[in-house]
Design a protein around this ligand. Sequence first.
Ligand code: FAD
Ligand code: DLZ
Ligand code: SF4
Length: 503
Amino acid sequence: MSRLVLVLGDQLTDTVAALAASDKDSDIVVMAEVSDEATYVQHHPKKIAFIFAAMRKFAKRLRDDGWDVRYTQLDDSENAGSIPGELLRRAEETGASEVIATQPGEWRLIEALEDMPLRLTMLPDDRFVSTQEEFDAWAEGRKALRMEYFYRDMRRKTGLLMDGDQPEGGKWNYDAENRKPAPEDIAFSGPMQFTPDDTVEEVLDLVEARFGNSFGQLRPFWFATDQTQARRALTHFITYALPRFGDFQDAMMNDNRFLYHALISPYLNVGLLDPMEVCRAAEEAYKDGHAPLNAVEGFIRQIIGWREYVRRIYFREGPDYPRRNALNHQRKLPEFYWTGETDMNCLSKAITQTAEEAYAHHIQRLMVTGNFALLAGINPHEVHEWYLRVYIDAFEWVEAPNVIGMSQFADDGIIASKPYVSSGAYINRMSDYCKSCRYKVNDKTGPDACPFNLLYWQFLDRHSEKFSGNQRMNQIYANWRRMDEDRKKTILSEAEAFLENLS
Ligand code: FAD
Ligand code: DLZ
Ligand code: SF4
């Protein structure tokens, strides 16, 4: 008897485990655009359009390859509205009683599949460099799970940038050569953009009608929506941006949203690109002398280091992870996260860009929107939902460790050894935002003081019990203690007034 093969919107890879374990001649592929997935958070319309368009094209590709694909569009009258509902409907229609699935990337959906009254085989998602077993064995008995050490094992495992058993160039990590401040201008015209074809246009119309009122702008839409396009976008990045990627990885600019970033996370996360294919292409650029080691190592580390590491932390920590709140932060997310309407130029720019592009790069996410939320004591679950909604690459397995762990320290230091907080000085060093801000980054108090300056000290003071013993924060706390008492009082009261206003 035929079996149903589930392919989700972020499993668009020919060799995904469920397809690899199935028989083209007898099994039936089920793909469905469903309102449960489109609304469990109110996603950015670009994200929904990207996923639906990529799903439709992938279904066609499977059909052309000889698979029997039962595809449900969102507006089909029979649509059951959920993934388990669609599987049950297709089981009834075909007489199948067994489902083969690749493990979804969110606990929510794993649990929903397990609750279905159908026989289920759930296979591990092997589109990653590491396995969960490998990570758990590595983690066993370690006091701290630092990404850097896990990353070295991934270098050894893949042989990427290895010279025998030694790292290429003698060092594992070349970050000291990266992180240059924003340059005057950028010699890269940005990611490759694609004109919507008929399939994409049809999806855009559907999304506009159904989700047009959500946060974010649907059009213009230029993302790649199939493997061929995604590969072209990758080649474009490797050719024109990778050589400078390392240098300006952490820079931010008023008039340049993409700098030398790759914009490949959506393609990697839905399966249009494979992480090893991406890393090999980058390594090749180094070997050919096209890109320097600091850029290529930094780029590869993001993928076989950070990306793999957060995947494993998510599944190791369990379904309660997105609810953690180690610092007991309870403030509501300020309204300006939805409008971009704030006098703080860095936040306004990062949020406006997010609304328009469904994209912001790492440092904007970590040191602008994330930093502010942490300093202001925003409830981390609200922060988590914001990130899950607004970015085109957001799936809980990758988003939650970055937000709950790296950015908000809500997991109590599993991912970050100290909170990622900074005053305005860091933003000023890495960007040109402060030059056109209503606040003055050098003012520490007073009516024009940059709010990051006030909130930074207030955060450290309010959490001094927790962090003053942290070796990496010794110097900062020493500075705070040395500060004149009256000045401290002024900072704290101005910070409180600012926070009250925020509420
Ligand atoms: P580049 O800067 O060009 O980097 C290349 C690739 O490295 C990325 O495509 C991505 O696949 C990988 N990568 C880099 N950093 C990370 C990281 N910390 N974790 C996982 N992969 C990484 N990434 C997501 O894919 N989805 C998310 O929902 C997401 N949420 C984030 C939330 C916060 C608060 C922070 C600080 C980071 C988040 N990231 C997330 C990581 C990172 O910001 C994005 O992967 C990156 O900005 C994607 O853009 P890019 O392709 O231009 O990346
Ligand atoms: C994100 C998303 C959206 C918006 N819509 C669908 C959908 O209609 N059908 C589908 O199969 N997948 C969708 N996805 C991706 C899933 O939400 C994703 O597979 C889970 O969150 C697990 O990562
Ligand atoms: Fe942001 Fe402060 Fe700079 Fe304004 S002065 S852009 S609020 S860091």
